[in-house]
Design a protein. Sequence first.
Length: 278
Amino acid sequence: NKPLTITKIKQMKSDNEPISVLTAYDYPSATLAEEAGIDIILVGDSLGNVVLGYDTTIPVTMDDMVYHTRAVARGARQTFIVSDMPFMSYHISKEETLRNAARLMQEGHAHAVKLEGGAEIAEEVYACVRAGIPVLGHIGLTPQSVHQLGGYKIQGKTEQDAARLLHDAKALEQAGAFGVVLELVTEPAAGKITSSLSIPTIGIGAGRKCDGQVLVYHDILQYASPYRNKKFVKTYANVGQTIRHAISEYVADVKSRAFPDESNSFEPQTEALSGGIY
Ligand code: KIV
Ligand code: NA
């Protein structure tokens, strides 16, 4: 199996085939997402929240993104990988934007990058596309601007706001983006954008009309802490509970000396371990 291409991703919209996207941040999450058949892996700067423990995505650095993208690329060699450009990595100058986007591809081995923003960043998007860097747009609730937006608010509620979002989506399409993420957008506004664009929309909290859906790994698995109940998330496992339970059993086994037992112990004649060790 080969990774998807942006041509095939755009074709999926024409074929009315939903596009499945999930975040991953490291080797095991990438491996499992690929084995499960995900279409696209997003190395989201949500890693700031769910793997690094920050309150927002703002502290996430280029070095963080490169490091995690590399690990994902090692785990998912047959999956199309999009990597987030973090806060302030595409606002200073076109030169910095290009250098940073290039790092995610050359050092991180991403196939594409994602930038938050609409018409105001269309020039940065165009600069990347011109350089051979595929870009996924991201509008609606853009978490890197949370302090400017005044909170995690649903976007596109008024006709005027919906029109602004549509204008932004069209500016991104015009600039050469191969798709647009719509985050926390009302279903009617997301539906209008989806039917007005030739490139796919990937929704998160944007209702049923988008061409694809994206969710955060830790959210669908209930692996994030603290577990916030989010209306737009569907959970498919409670991995956090499973892990906590397993660790507490391990602790109890050590305390009671139930582990290790004879089968875990070496005799002088034991052969070398196959499969390596850390
Ligand atoms: O960082 C992320 O995980 C994202 C998705 C929520 C779209 O940007
Ligand atoms: Na993000």
